[in-house]
Design a binder for this molecule. Structure first.
Ligand code: FES
Ligand SMILES: [Fe+2]
Length: 384
C-alpha cells in the first residue's frame, strides 16, 4: 500500500470514527436467500463458473523456488500440482494420470525428480511429457506425445503462485487484481516465508465462512474475550476493485495517529488491512505477519479451509522467534478463527437445516457480505 494510500485510508478511518460506519458499503438493509448456502444446484453452478473462470491463488512462491519443488492442490475437486522444472520454469498440471486417471503426486514426496504414477508406474517428466510406460510393448503404436499431463496456466506474481483452473485460459494476475494488486505489493509478500499451514474441513458453506471476515459487526460480541479490545468498534473502510475488496479496520489506538505527523504514519500501526481476492482467498495483513486463508467447497455444507501464516525471517529469529510465531498462530488460528468465527458459521449452517429463516438480513455494517454475494451471483451469470 503506497504511503499516500495509507494516509488516505487512515484519514477515512479517523473520519468514520465520528459516524461509526462506512456509508458507501451499501447504504441499505439487504436480504440474502439462505439457499445460497444449502443448494446443491447453486454449488454446481459455482463450480462451473466461480471456480472455473477466475485466477486462483495456489500458494506462496517460497514453496517452489528450487527445481523439483512443488505445490499440490488441497482440493480434490481441482487436483493440480505446480512444479519448478530443472530448466527453472514453473509449470502446472492436473494431478491426474493420463493412463487410467490415478492421482499422481500424493504430497508425501519431498522434491520431485519425475512424476511417477503409483498405480501402474507411468513416468512423467517435470515438463509434463510422458517419459516412459511400464511394459511399453502392451501399448503398441501408442503416440506417447499425446499423453503428456494436462497443462494449466500458471504465473508467479507478488510472491504468490497463481493458477487458472481452465487449460488454455489467459492468466494475468496483475491485470486481474488491478489497483488492489499494486496496493498489496507494498506489503512485500514475496519477501516472506511460510511458518505453518493448517488444512481442515469445516461444516459450513464456503461463502458463509468467508463472509465472517467481511464485517466487524460481530467483533464486540463474538470476540469479546479475545480480539474485540484490539479494534475500534465498527470503524471499517473499504475499497472495491472489480470483484476484489480491501478492508481496513481501525485499531483501538487510532486516535494516537493524530498526535503524529501523517508523514510518519504506517497503516498497520493503527489499523488492520484485509484483502478479499475473488473468489476464495482472504489475506490478513498483521503488523508482523500475513495470514492467507483459502476456502474450497466440498459440498454446500462442507468446506476445506486452509490457513497459512507467512513471516519475515529477520523479524522472528532463533528459538524465541519461532516460539513467538507459534503463539501467534495458535491464538489466531485455534482460538479466534477456529473456536469463534468458524464455530459460529458452522452453527448457522446447522440451523439452516431446521428452517427459521429463508433470508439472512444484513444491516448497514454488513454491506460487504451483500457486495461479495453480488460478485458471486454475477460470476454465475458471467457478468463479472
Ligand atoms: S493410472 Fe497411472 S499408470 Fe495406470
Ligand atoms: Fe471474526
Amino acid at each position: 500500500m503506497k504511503h499516500e494510500t495509507q494516509v488516505a485510508t487512515l484519514k477515512t478511518l479517523l473520519d468514520l470514527r465520528e459516524t461509526g460506519r462506512d456509508q458507501k458499503m451499501l447504504g441499505e438493509v439487504v436480504q440474502i436467500p439462505v439457499r445460497n448456502y444449502t443448494d446443491e444446484g447453486i454449488l454446481d453452478r459455482e463450480m462451473t463458473t466461480v471456480f472455473r473462470n477466475y485466477p486462483m491463488v495456489a500458494g506462496h512462491a517460497s514453496h517452489v523456488r528450487e527445481p523439483g519443488a512443488y505445490l499440490r492442490s488441497d482440493w480434490d475437486r481441482f487436483p493440480f500440482i505446480v512444479v519448478r522444472g530443472r530448466d527453472g520454469a514453473l509449470r502446472a498440471f492436473l494431478n491426474v494420470c493420463r493412463h487410467r486417471g490415478a492421482r499422481l503426486c500424493t504430497g508425501r514426496e519431498d522434491r520431485l525428480k519425475a512424476v511417477v504414477c503409483p498405480f501402474h508406474g507411468w513416468v512423467y517428466d517435470l515438463d509434463g511429457s510422458l517419459r516412459s510406460i511400464t511394459k511399453a510393448y502392451d501399448f503398441p503404436d501408442l503416440d506417447v506425445s499425446r499423453f503428456g499431463l494436462t497443462e494449466l496456466p500458471v504465473r508467479e506474481h507478488m510472491g504468490l503462485i497463481w493458477i487458472h483452473p481452465t487449460p488454455g485460459a489467459s492468466l494475468d494476475p496483475a491485470a486481474y487484481l488491478g489497483e488492489i494488486g499494486q496496493d498489496m505489493e507494498h506489503f512485500d509478500i514475496a519477501g516472506l516465508v511460510s511458518f505453518r499451514k493448517n488444512i481442515v474441513t469445516r461444516k459450513a458453506n464456503w461463502k458463509l465462512l468467508l463472509k465472517t471476515y467481511l464485517e466487524g459487526y460481530h467483533v464486540p460480541f463474538l470476540h469479546r474475550d479475545t480480539i474485540a479490545k484490539v479494534f475500534r468498534k465498527g470503524v471499517i473502510a473499504h475499497l472495491e476493485q472489480g470483484p476484489h475488496i480491501r478492508l481496513a479496520a481501525a485499531r483501538a489506538n487510532i486516535l494516537d495517529a493524530l498526535e503524529a505527523d501523517s508523514a510518519s504514519w504506517r497503516i498497520l500501526d493503527y489499523a488492520s488491512v484485509y484483502y478479499s481476492l475473488f473468489p476464495n482467498a482472504f489475506f490478513i495483513m498483521h503488523p508482523d505477519y500475513v495470514s492467507i486463508n483459502i476456502f474450497y467447497p466440498e459440498a454446500p455444507d462442507r468446506t476445506i479451509w486452509t490457513h497459512e501464516m507467512l513471516y519475515r525471517p529477520a523479524d522472528f529469529e532463533g528459538e524465541e522467534g519461532q516460539a513467538a510465531l507459534r503463539k501467534r498462530f495458535e491464538y489466531t488460528n485455534d482460538v479466534v478463527f477456529d473456536l469463534e468465527d468458524f464455530a459460529v458459521a458452522e452453527d448457522v449452517q446447522t440451523c439452516l437445516r431446521y428452517g427459521g429463516n429463508d433470508y439472512h438480513t444484513l444491516g448497514l455494517e454488513e454491506g460487504l457480505l451483500a457486495l461479495f454475494q453480488r460478485n458471486v451471483d454475477q460470476a454465475l451469470t458471467g457478468t463479472v
